[in-house]
Design a binder for this molecule. Structure first.
Ligand SMILES: [Zn+2]
Length: 446
């Protein structure tokens, strides 16, 4: 017994020396591996970045880490990230945004096109790609805008832009495409080139300068509200177009019960549609807003309890198969303005998993398997990426300590911005290591 303790102590000392070191050949002992909707207690041997074996009792004379039953899954895919570069480097850069993603357990992010210049042409996308090659800590893809400058007036050259390997689809995120004919043309072209429209649905005729949900909190504080129709009316319009062109279509940041129902029906009708929910909409409602603080202001807004219940139900019955962060950094100065004048959006990529593990899984609202699927195989399926864990494949894995309790602290945030309502919130489920394209990044002592 004494010998065992000494040996274990020695191992822990050894592992702490690995922090920051990058390895491509290593053995993970005693992992609780999640894949194919099942948990399995096993060892994982990675050689030169490739998974060579997954089985019990592997012995190799390589760097060995005893995980003592800690959870291992595929690392996450965020199909909705605002990296802000080029143009808004005071909010976030590719380097800082992907560092936050790395610490959040993400292996892949898809950047939104609302940069400056806008990601609506080959040249800007090529420039973005070269910045990614230089600075990114995780795999990065992007969407092209649907319309030039997100103005909703002229379509981008979809047929040529789609050939760029870094482009996974088309999105005017930040704005809804208001013109029906424009959206119809985009969907028709998307169908022709077998690409996907990733839609921020927002009918501007339903907006009246609102900044939070048109509910109890808005009424009590004399604020203009954003109604549910501003979202679901445009979702309904888009789904009618999808019925005609049978194109791939994805709804961003679903926030209303009506949208969940529309998506449920569209899936029943056999359309190639999908939808995502953001962690903040899955955890908070407008009743959680405190002191009219701009860190509770995002678009779409935190909705009612009924909308929240519908999102949870939609996630549990697989109407919603993707959890995407809508990570939207803004500087301290921008977010320090009064609620009605501050920009929409909060950061979220670094703490998405631990917040959902703490406030959804531990509270028995959603199963851990459902959360993990919606962060890995769910987005992979929508974007045609691979999130499987198999012998012979490059290792893209994440190691978690589900029992480790910690508090979200501003000084620990890797993003350039700190606009989140979750500062000082207690969490479980710390990300300990993230294996990106076969390379082990130990983030914390295991
Ligand atoms: Zn959006």
């Amino acid at each position: 017994m004494v010998y065992f303790l000494m040996q274990r102590k020695k191992k822990e000392n050894c592992i702490s020396q690995f922090i920051g070191e990058k390895m491509k050949t290593f053995l993970l002992k005693n992992a609780m591996l999640y894949r194919k909707h099942k948990f399995d207690y096993c060892d994982i041997y990675v050689e030169d970045g490739v998974i060579k074996s997954i089985s019990k009792d592997i012995d190799k004379d390589v760097k060995t880490i005893d995980l003592r039953g800690q959870l291992v899954s595929h690392n996450f895919i965020d199909m909705h990230t605002h990296l802000r570069e080029p143009g808004f480097e005071h909010k976030e850069t590719i380097a800082t945004g992907t560092e936050a993603a790395l610490y959040g357990g993400y292996g892949t992010v898809v950047a939104m096109a609302n940069t400056l210049p806008c990601m609506d042409n080959q040249e800007t996308i090529d420039d973005f790609n070269s910045r990614v090659q230089k600075d990114a800590k995780v795999n990065v893809y992007t969407y092209s805008a649907i319309t030039k400058g997100l103005k909703g007036v002229e379509l981008v050259d979809m047929e040529h832009i789609v050939d760029n390997a870094i482009v996974l689809g088309f999105s005017d995120d930040g704005k809804g495409v208001q013109n029906d004919e424009m959206m119809e043309l985009a969907m028709q072209l998307a169908s022709n080139i077998d690409s996907i429209i990733v839609a921020h649905c927002e009918d501007e005729s339903e907006l009246h300068g609102g900044c939070i949900h048109d509910g109890k909190y808005a009424k009590e504080h004399g604020l203009v509200g954003i109604n549910n129709a501003s979202e679901f009316k445009q979702v309904a319009r888009d789904l009618d177009i999808v019925k005609v062109y049978k194109n791939r279509y994805h709804v961003c940041h679903i926030s209303t019960k009506e949208t969940v129902e529309l998506l449920r029906q569209a899936k029943k009708d056999g359309l190639r549609v999908s939808g995502e929910a953001a962690p903040h909409h899955l955890i908070l409602t407008d009743e959680n807003i405190q002191d009219c603080h701009p860190n509770y202001k995002m678009n779409p807004p935190l909705r009612s309890k009924e909308d929240h219940d519908a999102l949870i139900k939609g996630l549990n019955d697989h109407t919603i198969t993707v959890i995407a962060t809508d990570h939207a950094p803004h500087s301290r100065e921008e977010k320090n303005r009064p609620l009605d004048l501050s920009p929409f959006g909060i950061i979220g990529i670094q703490h998405a998993f631990c917040l959902m593990y703490t406030y959804l899984v531990k509270k028995d609202l959603v199963k851990l398997e459902t959360i993990l699927d919606a962060l890995t195989v769910g987005p992979a399926k929508v974007l045609r990426l691979d999130a499987s864990i198999e012998v012979g494949k490059t290792a893209n894995l994440c190691v978690f300590d589900l029992d480790e309790k910690f508090v979200v602290k501003e000084e620990d945030i890797k993003s350039k911005s700190v606009n989140t309502p979750f500062i000082d919130v207690e969490c479980y489920g710390k990300i300990k290591a993230n294996i990106i394209n076969g390379e082990l990044n130990i983030l914390e002592e295991l």
